[in-house]
Structure formats: C-alpha cells, structure tokens
Design a protein around this ligand. Structure first.
Ligand code: ATP
Ligand code: MG
Length: 175
C-alpha cells in the first residue's frame, strides 16, 4: 500500500468495536496488505477468542500485550500494569519498523481510560507511526485529543445489550 495511512478510532459503549477491527483486518488482508493485530487486556487462556487462530491462519500477525486487567485479576497492581503497558508501547514502536500496511491496536484506549497510560503517551506513539501505516485504535472512552488526532472516528453506541438482562458472555458472539 503506497498511499498515506490514516488513524481510525472505534469507541463507545456498544458492541462492535473489536469485531469491526477484525473485519477491517480481514478486508485488508484480502488485498494482500501486511496486517498486524495487537490486542490488550484479553487472556486467551481464560477466554479462547474465536478470531485469534483464524487471523493467524490468514497470515495476519497476532500479538497479545498485557493480558490481565486488574478488574478481573485482583492480585495484579495498577503499577505493574503501567509497566507492562510502557513495555507494550516500546514493542509497538518496533512493530512500526516491520513494514506493516495495517496495525490494529485493540483495546489500547482502555489504557488511557483506566489510567495506566497518559493520553500524551499514546499521542506520542501516533506521532512515530510510519507515513504509510493505517492504524486502528479500539476501546471505550476515546479522549478529545485522540479524537482530534484521528482521521476517522466511529462511536458504537449501546441501544441495548443482553448483558444488562443478565446474559453472560456467549462463545462465538463475545469471544
Ligand atoms: P465485540 O468484541 O463484540 O466487537 P466490543 O469490542 O465493542 O465488542 P468491548 O467494549 O471491548 O466491546 O467489551 C468487551 C466485551 O463486552 C465484548 O464481549 C462485548 O460483546 C461486550 N460488550 C460490549 N458492549 C457492552 C455493553 N454495553 N454492556 C455489556 N457488555 C458489552
Ligand atoms: Mg473490544
């Protein structure tokens, strides 16, 4: 892909952010783009996400950072999470050097929302992105500055979600 890569944001409290980013990754791969899918705060050991092996099978690089969120793993501290997030940022800078056309950073916005990283740390990362790289950031709570920096912002707005009727995560739907 020779064109300029843009910055996309999928945010909001409704379902569809991660699944939209998976769809975007697959569409790009269909045109032989070199795609890397990075995801935060998800532990495939506890929830075997249906998409992970499939994306790998399509030739998409899949990378997992900071699998444990303290909301679900009580013995990990916010300081430990921040350290892991900072390391992840350094690793993403290395990923920038690998010639990808598209990079998905799934749930990265949660690092700001939950105070593990400062918005400036993500903005600084975006400054370092290669010109031709398309980046997709997902997660609830995109900040004003992130929205200003992005070229495309979609808000998934919850109208209804079965979780609020007591329906637990469903295999093949939520993971
Ligand atoms: P999906 O992965 O299904 O595209 P998402 O990425 O938009 O959803 P997240 O904010 O990452 O959603 O939420 C994580 C999980 O919570 C997902 O399994 C999602 O289906 C579910 N979820 C999404 N919106 C809500 C909501 N408003 N209330 C409860 N659970 C939700
Ligand atoms: Mg998500």
């Amino acid at each position: 892909m020779e064109e300029k890569g843009l910055i996309q944001v999928y945010t909001g409290d409704g379902k569809g952010k991660t699944t939209a980013s998976i769809g975007q990754a697959i569409r790009a791969k269909g045109h032989k783009f070199k795609v890397c899918f990075v995801y935060f705060f998800k532990n495939p050991k506890d929830f075997p996400y249906g998409e992970v092996e499939l994306l790998k099978g399509l030739g998409i690089e899949v990378v997992n950072f900071v699998p444990q969120h303290p909301h679900f793993y009580k013995n990990i501290t916010a300081e430990q999470i921040r350290e892991k997030c900072l390391k992840a940022i350094e690793s993403i800078k290395e990923i920038f050097q690998k010639g990808y056309d598209m990079l998905i950073l799934d749930e990265i916005l949660i690092t700001i929302r939950d105070g593990f990283l400062k918005e400036e740390e993500i903005l600084d990362l975006l400054e370092k992105k290669p010109e031709s790289l398309e980046i997709i950031l997902t997660g609830r709570g995109a900040t004003k500055k992130i929205i200003e920096r992005a070229d495309l912002v979609t808000e998934m707005k919850k109208i209804k979600h079965p979780f609020h009727q007591g329906v637990k995560e469903r295999r093949g739907i939520e993971y």
